[in-house]
Design a protein around this ligand. Structure first.
Ligand SMILES: Cc1cc2nc3c(=O)[nH]c(=O)nc-3n(C[C@H](O)[C@H](O)[C@H](O)COP(=O)(O)O)c2cc1C
Length: 192
């Protein structure tokens, strides 16, 4: 198991199409979900939940995605529709992170959304810690009401991401990261 700081300093996404089987075991999926749900959560509202897509269920979800793709693009070619059917079969495991953020008397909705983002990031990090690659993506169907209904989301729920998980082909090349000098400042009181 990589050292925690090494993992955080070197982690990077692996494209969904490059993630191969075998995917995580049932015990590893439990570990992933346990880590994903262990995030700061103002008010302990649990403003997120997870949907696990594995095995044949990935293809069934793809059928629903393809149906709404056809409704959106009636002139789509058969090969485009077939590609939509395969949306969730690229990686052996996909976990949807669903935001349940809603207006609340004390806890701003924004903070609930942030907690959901933290859950998604914890899931990605846990997958890497177990030796898998992961890719946090949304794509068009995360924003299509028909597709969301078909995937079982309630009207107020939103997709934070479909986290694709599988074996990486090898160590990935990194991408440039923002220089710290451009994103971090030290606060100095005005006039000091
Ligand atoms: C909420 C969210 C949605 C994203 N959706 C997509 C997407 O639909 N397609 C995509 O190529 N990348 C998407 N990304 C970006 C990838 O997850 C990832 O950040 C990018 O591939 C660079 O990876 P790395 O910096 O983790 O190596 C999304 C990221 C976030 C945070």
């Amino acid at each position: 198991m990589p050292d925690a700081l090494d993992l955080l300093k070197t982690r990077r996404s692996i494209k969904a199409v490059e993630l191969s089987p075998p995917g995580p075991s049932p015990a590893e999926i439990d570990t992933l979900l346990t880590v994903a749900s262990r995030v700061p959560d103002h008010g302990k509202l649990t403003p997120w939940r997870f949907i696990v897509f594995e095995g044949e269920a990935r293809r069934a979800a793809g059928d629903a995605i393809a149906k709404f793709f056809r409704a959106k693009y009636p002139d789509a070619k058969p090969e485009q529709i077939e590609a939509e059917r395969e949306r969730l079969t690229r990686a052996p495991l996909v976990i949807a992170v669903v935001s349940r953020a809603a207006p609340h008397a004390k806890i701003p909705e924004w903070e609930q959304v942030l907690s959901c983002g933290a859950a998604a990031m914890n899931l990605v990090t846990a997958a890497h810690a177990l030796g898998y690659g992961a890719n946090w993506i949304t794509e068009w169907y995360a924003y299509d009401r028909g597709a969301l209904d078909a995937l079982g989301l309630a009207p107020h729920e939103k997709i934070a991401g479909f986290v694709h998980i599988g074996r990486p082909p090898g160590p990935p090349e990194d991408r440039p990261r923002p220089p710290l000098a451009e994103i971090a400042t030290r606060f100095a009181p005005k006039g000091a």
